[in-house]
Design a protein. Sequence first.
Length: 169
Amino acid sequence: MLFKIKSRLLFTSAILMISSFFIAACGNSKNLKADTENERASDAPKDSDKSSNVIIDKIGVYYFHGTHRCATCKGIQKNIEDVIEQNFMKESFDGSLDFKSLNMDLKENKHYVKEFNLSFGSMVVASLSNGKIIRWKNCSKVWELNQSPEKLKEYVKTEITNVLKNIGQ
């Protein structure tokens, strides 16, 4: 009897440890930041500076993830890709929308972590002018909405549409 109790306790502890590892490895955190928007101070036009020659010519949709990916992380990326495929194929083909899935653990992508203030996987939508990021928004609600694929897809579609409106401006 004592052996069964110890075995059950050991099994439960192992499951909890493995679950914790996958949650931490994926980068999901219960202390999620709200969506954040930012303008790059050096490149961005000031609201008061209407004479600026900066014209948004492209948007970047970036999905950041860690090396170790859980089913939720993969599912969020799949939903983002589905939204782009179903709603923004014209923009993808004409080059005005660029989607990239980026491993934020890799050395070559660390600058994004700093630039976009990332502490866990997320979707970032950025306005670009001549290849330079002018404004960006961290759309971290993708984690909140992952349990409801339709709400997640609507959120992704809305965020991309809001930034696409700025092309040519």
